[in-house]
Design a binder for this molecule. Structure first.
Ligand code: BES
Ligand code: MN
Ligand code: ZN
Length: 501
């Protein structure tokens, strides 16, 4: 859902109508705008601040509805505190909080003023741009299928977000790349939020196809093309579905040297996971429309990279399929030969994501010889048990890659926690009749799943992000109220920008 809100950057001045949100830092240093407004209102504002003991502490706010002698609908004063707002992601959170404070306005316009308290930080172009981005991120609302109710009620809807700043040109420039990030996050959210009947593998592939408009090279393999390549593991997952499987490849060649080895990002795209013949219990099964969170992240990321014309060569590959029980579905005990030639005994048809990724990884590494590969997947319930919704699980065969990802996670707030791999875990997936089985028993389920994937990456530097806890059914945060938060787009965009451009 694209944003309907226009963003404007203005020279520092106080508007006469609409809602003003004034950002202030600390009580001793009220700046010129606040003093002026207070004087105009006959001291009503300082009275309101005194009554609510407002001292500019971080996240504290006061709201004055139709302040005296002014045409404003509302004046909201939001405290920034004195420290700790350093990263772009922190400024995005400020924007998110502004959004939370402004439900509606009769004029449809909200203006954010940063009070001049002699601290340059709040005036840095990137930070002002991040406030705008955070505002829009928090306001994202997936209401495609709502015909009544608040989220479709147009009354008082915010149509314009204005930000007063010192150098609008500079802020506009900084905003462009953040807005590309926002657009990628929105795409990922849309994909995760769509229900399984609307977004199957074929429909998802068409959404990826739309990136061609932005200069991304998109190739889509259908089932016969995948069969010809021997992708039997991926195809086995989809064989119980009426819908066809797809593999979509998105290439962005932005590096100065177009021959430079690409970075590869691979995503699990199970558009609905019933579990197959090893069917899941009904409670909460509807959430399994989000079992394509990895693929959604990859697609959103490619959109961001193309929109901001990233100077890197990146390949996104997504394995798209639907896991259904049916007369044609695979059964527990089946043995399939993956594209790599390795054979898999399917113990549990609900451990389907690793089958999809096995072939997607083999294809990606074999075809593009990438300098590294990162996969994202809503892979295991076990990672939720271990880390909840706070961190995604990070597994890697390469410390440098792992550390770079951890750092990008800290910076963006899309946090990762490194989890163990090892020979003993690997042994747990040896099979009696095939090269491996697709599950390793009750314990260390996230690690045995990662171990399975590692058997398909050889020596390529590789990281696996298990986003089962973070990629779907997300709790509300400072910058998201969406069920699908778009996890991973910010993280990987930062990872690429910091290390490969
Ligand atoms: N898509 C699920 C994992 C999942 C669980 C994602 C909860 C999001 C929330 C995956 O395909 C799955 O079913 N994994 C099984 C593996 C098991 C059978 C070895 C699991 O985690 O229970
Ligand atoms: Mn499953
Ligand atoms: Zn799944």
């Amino acid at each position: 859902m694209e944003t309907q809100i226009a963003v404007e950057f203005l020279d520092q001045k106080i508007p006469e109508t609409g809602t003003i949100v004034l950002l202030v830092a600390s009580k001793k240093k009220w700046g010129a705008s606040l003093k002026k407004l207070d004087k105009q209102s006959g001291g009503q504002i300082s009275k309101a601040m005194a009554v609510s003991s407002f001292e500019g502490e971080k996240n504290d706010s006061v709201e004055i509805v139709s302040p005296a002698n002014l045409e404003l609908s509302r004046l909201i004063i939001l405290g920034l505190g004195d420290a700790g707002i350093e990263e772009t992601s922190d400024w995005m959170k400020v924007g998110g909080r502004v959004s939370g404070l402004v439900k509606s306005d009769p004029t449809g316009t909200v203006t954010v003023l940063v009070e001049d308290i002699g601290k340059d930080l709040a005036f840095r172009a990137e930070n002002i741009a991040a406030i705008a981005t955070g505002f829009l991120m928090k306001r994202y609302d997936f209401n495609l299928y709502k015909t009544t109710g608040k989220s479709v009620d147009k009354k008082g809807q915010i149509k314009t977000l204005a930000l007063a700043c010192r150098d609008p040109k500079k802020v506009t420039k900084a905003y462009q790349s953040l807005d590309a990030l926002r657009a990628g996050v929105f795409m990922a959210r849309d994909l995760v939020n769509e229900p399984g009947n609307i977004l199957g593998p074929v429909e998802f592939a068409l959404r990826a196809r739309e990136l061609e408009k932005l200069g991304v090279n998109v190739t889509i393999l259908d089932e016969s093309e995948m069969a010809a390549k021997g992708m039997n593991a991926l195809l086995a997952v989809g064989q119980g579905s009426e819908r066809e499987s797809r593999l979509a490849i998105m290439q962005w060649n932005g590096a100065e040297n177009s021959k430079e080895k690409p970075l590869a990002i691979v995503g699990k795209g199970v558009t609905f996971d019933t579990g197959g013949i090893s069917i899941k219990p009904p409670g909460g099964m509807e959430d399994m429309k989000g079992d394509m969170g990895g693929a959604a992240c990859v697609t959103g990321l490619m959109r961001t990279l193309a929109l901001r014309k990233a100077k890197a060569n990146v390949i996104g590959v997504i394995g798209l399929t639907e896991n259904m029980p049916d007369g044609k579905a695979q059964r527990p005990g089946d043995v399939v030969t993956s594209m790599s030639g390795q054979t898999i005994e399917v113990i549990n048809t609900d451990a389907e994501g690793r089958l999809v990724l096995a072939d997607a990884l083999t294809f990606t590494i074999g075809t593009y010889n990438p300098r590294l590969v990162i996969d994202l997947a809503t892979l295991t319930g076990a990672i939720l048990v271990a880390l909840g919704k706070e961190y995604a699980g990070l597994f890697s065969n390469n410390d440098r890659l792992a550390n770079r990802l951890l750092k990008a996670g800290d910076k963006t707030g899309e946090k990762l926690w490194r989890m163990p791999l090892g020979k003993k875990y690997d042994k747990l997936i040896d099979s009696r009749i095939a090269d491996m089985k697709n599950m390793g028993g009750r314990f260390a389920g996230a690690s045995t799943a990662a171990q399975f994937l590692q058997r398909y990456v050889g020596n390529t530097p590789w990281a696996h992000l298990d986003i089962a806890g973070t990629g779907m059914a997300s709790p509300k945060s400072d910058i998201s109220s969406s069920w699908g938060s778009g996890f991973g787009v910010q993280l990987l965009n930062e990872f690429i920008a910091q290390n490969y451009e």
